[in-house]
Ligand binder design. Structure first.
Ligand code: FES
Ligand code: FE2
Length: 360
């Protein structure tokens, strides 16, 4: 028998002070999804995003490489860019200092009148990024270890499971605001103890629930399962196409992203953004080769939004309310030493990382 471990205290999910600690710590020191490289194909293309309360942007340089910068002018701190777009140079809207696509200061009105002004010493502050098969991840910690250290083998496993991954482009993007703490949503994603009761499509469809398991692989939680009824799929698949054509699997990358692969090597993703202690936004991303219009992806995105996603919203929002209740005493996790679908060993792993993020 495993020792009893209790779930986290309610305050981890409800206290704004805990959220502030996370914003300055775990959310600023981990690899998080920024955006997809295919959305900025040309030199000067950029998109903005937020991480841990910081405004950032990714931009493609003249050499074709993507860089990420804090969205703040090095003169007197105005924002440089908004939304997404293309720029030949980055001109600050406040006093028109201009920066190259590499972040270096190029010019500014009357700066030559300042003796000793060293233009070459001024550059936008860059942020560390990694490109994983077109998915760009950013880490605000300049000393962050590479993603391979955090998530061993994930890059190679993805390439094997999705042979066309480097040609994929986002085609469907479903945004789901949830009234709950980000950790409630992440925990819900990371166990399937609730699946049989709450996800009828999931449990009676392709996945064979009794074979479902979730195991840590570094800071990745790897979901694996056997598939069944592959001839009942709502889209055609060629099981002989490659070794993983019949596989359903997912790779959750702590703290807020997941790659998911459906049979037929169909990639889709989850990513979360924490808004405050009580709000998180989840995006479901769907992809196709070269971004070709795809009815299959449209249908999958719609079906997923109407079933699994909808079912989960009600669960996580109810939990968030419960965590605020004076009547809630954190319950024991159901950790079965044999693991499997009806065990919360994955929550045990997750809550250890959550604790490390708060109790420093
Ligand atoms: S703040 Fe950007 S040019 Fe002054
Ligand atoms: Fe669920």
């Amino acid at each position: 028998m495993a020792e009893v471990t209790h779930s986290l205290d309610g305050r981890y999910y409800t206290d704004p002070k805990v959220f502030e600690i996370e914003q300055n710590g775990v959310l600023a020191e981990t690899w998080q999804f920024a955006g997809h490289a295919a959305t900025i194909p040309n030199a000067g293309d950029y998109f903005t995003f937020q991480l841990a309360g910081e405004d950032l942007f990714c931009i493609r340089g003249r050499d074709g490489d993507i860089q990420c910068f804090y969205n703040v002018c090095q003169h007197r701190a105005h924002q440089l860019v908004q939304g997404d777009g293309n720029a030949k140079v980055l001109v600050c809207p406040y006093h028109a200092w201009s920066y190259g696509l590499d972040g270096k200061l190029m010019a500014g009105p009357n700066i030559k009148s300042v003796r000793g002004f060293e233009k070459s010493e001024i550059c936008l502050t860059s942020v560390k990024i990694e490109n994983m098969h077109g998915f760009i991840f950013a880490n605000l910690d300049p000393n962050a270890k590479p993603m391979e250290d955090w998530f061993p083998n994930v890059r190679d496993e993805l390439a094997a499971h999705v042979p066309d991954i480097d040609r994929l482009k986002p085609v469907e993007w479903v945004e789901i605001p949830e009234n709950c703490n980000w950790k409630v949503s992440i925990e819900n994603y990371s166990e399937c103890y609730h699946c049989t009761l709450n996800h009828p499509t999931f449990s009676t469809g392709v996945v064979k629930p009794e074979t479902y398991d979730i195991q840590p692989q570094g800071y990745c939680l790897r979901h694996t399962t056997e598939s069944q009824q592959l001839d009942n799929m709502s889209y055609p698949i060629d099981l002989n196409a490659n070794e993983y054509a019949g596989v359903y699997s997912s790779w959750f990358l702590w703290p807020m992203f997941s790659f998911q692969v459906y049979p037929g090597n169909v990639l889709n993703t989850y990513h979360w953004r924490a808004i405050d202690a009580d709000h998180v936004v989840v995006w479901r991303g769907w992809y196709s080769i070269d971004g070709a219009p795809s009815q299959v992806m449209k249908d999958l995105a719609k079906q997923d939004r109407e079933t699994t996603v909808e079912e989960d919203i009600h669960l996580v929002e109810s939990v968030q309310k419960g965590l605020k209740s004076r009547g809630y005493v954190p319950g024991p996790l159901v950790v079965d030493p044999a693991c499997g679908v009806n065990s919360e060993h994955s929550i045990l792993a997750l809550q250890k990382w959550m604790r490390e993020g708060v109790d420093r």
